[in-house]
Design a protein around this ligand. Structure first.
Ligand code: SAM
Length: 290
């Protein structure tokens, strides 16, 4: 396990992932019934942007750095308000020095009745996560292999919630593994909302992955993709995607507003753009910003 999210925290891919996660959690809060957030690949939860790993890549500068400097206007500012409120709260002195991972975003947005399960296998990262949530009775920190966790933790007792599956993509075959995990998870917890993150380097395996998810015929399945440049150099992270299953009915409408603006703001080269596709239907929307 060599991957450390500290090198990438706050990059363009985190902005999309965490922006969507916040929209899903806000939607769950529209009903009073408690829900559970399950984060199968949690990372350390809180990132120091002045640390050596963050400074070494500087990825956050072209992600959350650009967003915080952008002076966003409604409706985009409204759609990102919940997510950015968590970032602002961590950086109350003004300078952008700290960035919340998915566990801390979920923790900040959930209510007293809701629960969070965070799972992380890397021993050092797991210790940091444990320290972050020490004595927090609404959060349970686990150290399972994520592919076991996704089965063992479902269905949640609340029968409502969101499952974030955000692998490190260090091993071959992780796109196929995601499809299998989603299929098994949806059998256990059919009503759950799922968010599955994937990197976009080569375009062809990603298209096959979308087709494989579509073949599961799960309800309200969306592919949400942001490209920061075209896919010519297949060795680079040219874009990132999220599959959302049982997505809130408002999500596609909101993303049709948000994604074009994020594609413009986060572009790093020619061919930047977005894709929003309802899987299982022919309706793919997209656009380019550069
Ligand atoms: N979800 C986090 C966020 O958005 O802030 C980032 C997670 S990072 C992309 C992926 C994490 O998964 C890493 O911290 C890595 O140590 C962990 N990981 C990798 N393989 C795992 C496995 N089989 N089970 C559990 N965690 C794993």
């Amino acid at each position: 396990m060599n991957y450390r999210h500290a090198y990438h925290a706050g990059n363009f891919a985190d902005v999309v992932k965490h922006g969507v996660l916040a929209l899903v959690i806000e939607h769950l809060k529209l009903k009073t019934a408690p829900f559970r957030v399950i984060d199968t690949h949690a990372g350390i939860g809180l990132y120091d942007l002045s640390s050596e790993p963050a400074q070494k890549t500087g990825e956050w500068r072209d992600g959350i750095g650009r967003v915080m400097e952008a002076g966003l206007a409604p409706p985009v500012a409204d759609l990102l308000a919940s997510y950015l409120s968590v970032v602002r709260e961590l950086n109350a002195d003004g300078a952008l020095l700290r960035y919340p991972g998915s566990p801390l975003i979920a923790r900040a947005l959930m209510r007293d009745v809701d629960r969070l399960i965070v799972n992380e296998l890397h021993p050092e990262d797991q210790q940091e996560l444990k320290a972050l949530f020490a004595r927090d009775r609404q959060v349970k920190v686990m150290e399972l292999d994520a592919w076991t966790a996704v089965k063992a933790l479902l269905p949640p007792p609340e029968r409502r919630g969101v499952v974030l599956i955000d692998p490190a993509f260090e091993e071959a075959g992780e796109l196929d593994r995601l499809v299998v995990a989603l299929s098994e998870a949806a059998k256990r917890f059919a009503g759950g909302t799922y968010l599955l993150w994937y990197p976009i380097k080569e375009l062809r395996p990603v298209a096959a992955f979308r087709r494989n998810v579509a073949a599961l015929a799960l309800p309200k399945a969306l592919a949400i993709e942001l490209m920061i440049r075209g896919g010519e150099d297949e060795t680079r992270l040219n874009g990132a995607g999220l599959i959302a299953v049982n997505a809130p009915f408002t999500l596609a409408t909101n993303l049709n507003v948000l994604l074009p603006e994020l594609a413009r703001l986060l572009a790093q080269g020619k061919g930047a753009g977005f894709r929003l596709e309802e899987l299982g239907s022919e309706a793919a929307k997209g656009g380019s910003s550069a």
